[in-house]
Design a protein around this ligand. Sequence first.
Ligand SMILES: [Zn+2]
Length: 184
Amino acid sequence: MCTDKDNKYVNFIPVKSSINWDEYFMVQAMIASFKSKDPSTKVGCVFVDDNNHQLSMGYNGMLAGIDESKIPWGNDKGVNYELQKYGYVIHSEANAIAHAKCSLKGARVYVTLFPCPECTKQIASHGVKEVIYLSDKYKDSDEVRVSKKLMEMASIKYRHLAISKELISSINNYFIKMIDEIVV
Ligand SMILES: [Zn+2]
């Protein structure tokens, strides 16, 4: 026979989160990038406040509501600028800032690719204090050097965040299990 004393701690199971806040928001930025139609470069971002509440998110895409069939998605720079995607695409950070429903002052942003100078200027103008990036594959470009210079001048911290394949695999397994368990 169990006594109250024996049962006292029966439901006090040690628990821990499967994902930390940094990973959680970077994975959200990765999911946002997955929505982009850009065939060569998909970028996503999430703006977050000090309480770990999401403020806005975005991915690179064309202007909402326009006929995308009339816009080129190719990245061949050997043709007239009018026929390159660069003239038309809005970057993920600019999209997220444009659609934010509240101030981004003091926020941090998780982004899958280090921001370009144009987005960095917008990030700085809106008072964002930290940039956390997944990839810095253009780190040797003049553009990224300018972005970093701008961030340093504007006192915006930036840091790299790695996402492990083990985490992605465990999220994948979790989703598959979730789908498998749905009884319709
Ligand atoms: Zn940009």
